[in-house]
Design a protein. Structure first.
Length: 131
């Protein structure tokens, strides 16, 4: 049930990104994602030796959410621009997505290499939720 709540939060955050929202309105939702990631860390039984890799992975997830919100804002603003500027904005946002996905994958790979065979399947499911 927590997973569905977080996915709904992420979708809501992305959907609201075009509004004239400020960070204060997003903070409770971001905190929900952070709580979910903390719960997942506990469920995975992340050891102190794995904690640095976990923290990098969790931060990459948060960065990806922020990137998606920023992209939604940029694309909504670009809708009113001329086709050349709109295309330029679209290409720039696509590059940002690729960059963020690469970072998330690298951080997941580093974490994955440190996990036990018991931890890996759960971590893989978590990664799939946010990629």
């Amino acid at each position: 049930e927590r997973r569905e709540e977080v996915l709904a939060t992420v979708n809501r955050m992305e959907g609201m990104a075009g509004d004239s929202m400020n960070f204060a309105r997003l903070a409770p939702d971001i905190e929900a994602v952070e709580r979910y990631l903390y719960d997942q860390m506990q469920r995975l039984n992340i050891t102190s030796a794995q904690e640095k890799a976990w923290n990098s992975f969790a931060q990459a997830i948060m960065n990806q959410i922020t990137t998606h919100i920023n992209i939604m804002n940029t694309m909504r603003k670009a809708m009113n621009e001329n086709p050349m500027d709109r295309t330029e904005q679209h290409l720039t946002t696509m590059e940002a997505v690729v960059k963020q996905r690469r970072a998330l994958f690298q951080d997941f790979r580093t974490l994955h290499e440190q996990l036990t065979s018991v931890q890996k399947p759960m971590a893989e499911r978590l990664y799939a939720e946010f990629q």
